[in-house]
Write a new protein. Structure first.
Lengths: 373, 273
């Protein structure tokens, strides 16, 4: 046999996991091609329309953007404060409830009691449709709601920092992590206390506006487009802030080396506060957008989403803002395209399987070692 | 029991040290032990006790740096040399005595305030932000100013021309010598009156060490007072105006660098004969 063969064998022996992943990915691609061509070869192939694949990918990108947006804050607090913040998911929920409360208030003021509106509840006969929470009918309300989601969540994040994390600044990451679980429980059950525990519809589905346009045979609805624009806009603003402002440079410096930042004269506490404002605000915005996508809201949805956010952040390399975005997109696409092969009940499992494979094969993540920069 | 034994040990050691000290000064020592200077000093340490948490490292340390002076602190490992530097910069637990800078007490101030007073500090390890560009590293050195001082960045690029070439490169990708320049440049961004250097030659390739000392000479020639801790004691004492020899967190000798170098006791104890 030639040397090429033996070097492939050597590589396979050295990294059997990689070989397994490559084989599996190859098999899935062959199967995907067969499905698209409509060829059936025993267990392989079947039928899948290009449209369905396209819409799976598009849905994956949209949910991935929302997850990535939430992941930015998680990654930032990890790199600057050195702890995994388990209350981040509940900040996502807070953004959704506070933002939609404000959006409802603006869209439905006058006809429906303020209390019902602020608690994101349709009262009496009024359905979400009657309140008219839809980007095409009430764009102003939706936009103000997004801003409110950012601001309220940012303020809460700073308040939680002052109350719980600041007094523990010198403690190790595990103590802070456990404190954050406590903070998460407090926030979550305050949400349940204030807003109730039922799942309810929020956005209106107005038939005529459902189809905004359909490039490449995709049906892209107006809400998905809103999410795309808002999420990408926030990410670009984040990028500009990190790379081109003094505060952003100081954040990257803190993430690089906290001790050196201290003796360089960077005011650590001010940078930490800014980190909570930005990270918390983006988490709130992502929760608000998630509800725009799903159409329903429930007090613990952020907590349930946190696992996927963690998967995205770990996949991208924890501590890296750009890794969080890319990780979010990968998790989102895996989440939606996995339904081609497995029942949709298991699509979360597929997302975590990808995360576990990443941890086994490249533990530092996609952007590992490249901290916030 | 063990505690008593340890205390006994410590007493014995202290007694021996005292004895040998007395012996040295009788027989061979010519180096001075007058740790304070006569004239004005911009940095004045008096009877300084400091350490980390409950652990005291320095006791009764006396040290002066005159305006524009180049002072070196040498001594065996664990003598507390770096602790002196960190204490001046407010990074240790102050336990007693005073640190005065330009006549004002600065012990108890936070590093950010000490920077404002006009002290720059280059720590020994991890002294650049690896993910930031060379220019961003320098900009961070002037964080407390509202505007980035472009003229000061130019001055530093003139001093270290290689940094101008590498301006947009990430500091983490530079060689050890270039990183040391970035670290010094960052500490010089506010044009300090006193520059603290903690083991600047540590980790440098031998052929780069004398270049580095040349650069420190030039910084000092520009009027900046330098307080340096150095493992490479011979070279440091050759270059400096005055040197302090520290042992076990206490002053031992203080004199001109060449006098310390010539002193038999100093040579035998710390300079390898």
């Amino acid at each position: 046999m030639g040397t090429t063969d033996s070097s492939i064998v050597d590589a396979a022996r050295a990294r059997p996991g990689l070989l397994f992943v490559v084989l599996l990915a190859g098999l899935l691609l062959v199967d995907l091609a067969a499905k698209l061509a409509g060829v059936g070869l025993g267990p392989i192939g079947g039928s899948l329309s290009v449209d369905r694949l396209g819409s799976n990918l598009w849905n994956g990108v949209v949910i991935g953007l929302v997850i990535g947006l939430a992941g930015i804050g998680l990654s930032m607090t990890y790199s600057i404060l050195s702890f995994a913040n388990f209350s981040h998911g509940d900040l996502v929920s807070v953004g959704a409830f506070s933002g939609w409360g404000v959006a409802f208030l603006i869209a439905g003021l006058g006809d429906i009691p303020v209390r019902a509106l602020l608690t994101v509840r349709d009262a009496g006969n009024a359905s979400p449709g009657a309140i008219g929470a839809h980007i095409l009918t009430t764009p102003g309300a939706i936009l103000v709601g997004l801003v409110a989601a950012f601001v309220v969540t940012a303020l809460l994040a700073v308040a939680l920092d002052r109350a719980f994390y600041k007094p523990m600044r010198d403690r190790d990451g595990i103590s802070l992590l456990i404190a954050s679980i406590g903070a998460a429980l407090i926030v979550r059950y305050l949400l349940q206390f204030g807003y109730g525990s039922d799942r309810r519809g929020v956005t209106a589905s107005v038939d005529a506006s459902n189809l905004a346009f359909d490039p490449l045979g995709l049906s892209v609805n107006a809400h998905e487009l809103t999410i795309l624009v808002a999420a990408v806009g926030l990410m670009l603003a984040m990028h500009g802030m990190l790379q081109h402002t003094k505060l952003g440079t100081a954040m990257r410096a803190m993430a690089d080396n906290k001790d050196l930042a201290l003796i360089t004269g960077i005011p650590a506490e001010r940078v930490v506060t800014a980190t909570w404002i930005i990270g918390g605000g983006l988490a709130g915005a992502s929760g608000y957008l998630y509800v725009l996508l799903r159409g329903t809201i429930q007090f613990d949805f952020g907590w349930l989403l946190l696992l996927l956010i963690f998967a995205a952040v770990i996949l991208g390399g924890i501590g890296s803002v750009y890794g969080a975005i890319v990780g979010g997109l990968v998790i989102g696409v895996v989440f939606t395209t996995s339904t081609i092969w497995i029942p949709s009940d298991f699509n979360q499992a597929a997302a975590f399987a990808v995360m576990i494979l990443m941890l086994l094969l490249r533990p530092e993540g996609l952007f590992g070692g490249v901290t916030t920069a | 029991m063990t505690a008593d034994a340890a205390a006994d040990d410590a007493e014995t050691t202290a007694a021996e040290t005292e004895a040998s000290e007395a012996g040295d000064s009788d027989a061979t020592a010519t180096a001075g032990t007058d740790h304070a200077i006569d004239g004005d000093a911009i940095l004045r340490l008096r009877d300084l006790d400091a350490g980390y948490g409950d652990l005291q490292i320095l006791s009764d340390v006396v040290l002066d740096v005159a305006d524009g002076e180049y002072v070196t602190v040498v001594g065996p490992n664990g003598a507390g040399k770096s602790t002196v530097m960190k204490t001046v910069f407010g990074l240790t637990t102050h336990m007693g005595g005073t640190v005065e800078f330009e006549g004002e007490p600065i012990h108890g101030l936070a590093p950010e305030q000490i920077i404002r007073e006009g002290v720059g500090f280059v720590p020994q390890n991890d002294n650049v932000f690896p993910g930031l560009s060379v220019r961003e590293n320098l900009e961070m050195g002037a964080y407390i100013l509202d505007e980035v001082p472009e003229d000061q960045i130019e001055t530093i690029y003139d001093r270290f021309p290689i940094l101008r070439e590498r301006s947009e490169q990430k500091a983490g990708t530079l060689s050890g010598g270039q990183r040391q320049m970035v670290a010094m440049g960052r500490a010089l961004m506010l044009d300090p009156d006193l520059l603290l250097l903690d083991e600047p030659s540590a980790g440098l390739a031998p052929d780069l060490v004398s270049d580095m000392f040349d650069r420190i000479d030039r910084i000092n020639d520009g009027g900046t007072a330098v307080l340096m801790v150095e493992q490479n004691a011979k070279e440091a004492l050759r270059r400096c105006d005055r040197g302090y020899v520290l042992v076990n967190g206490e002053n031992r000798y203080t004199d001109r660098g060449d006098v310390l170098l010539a002193d038999e006791g100093v040579r035998q104890d710390f300079l390898g004969g």
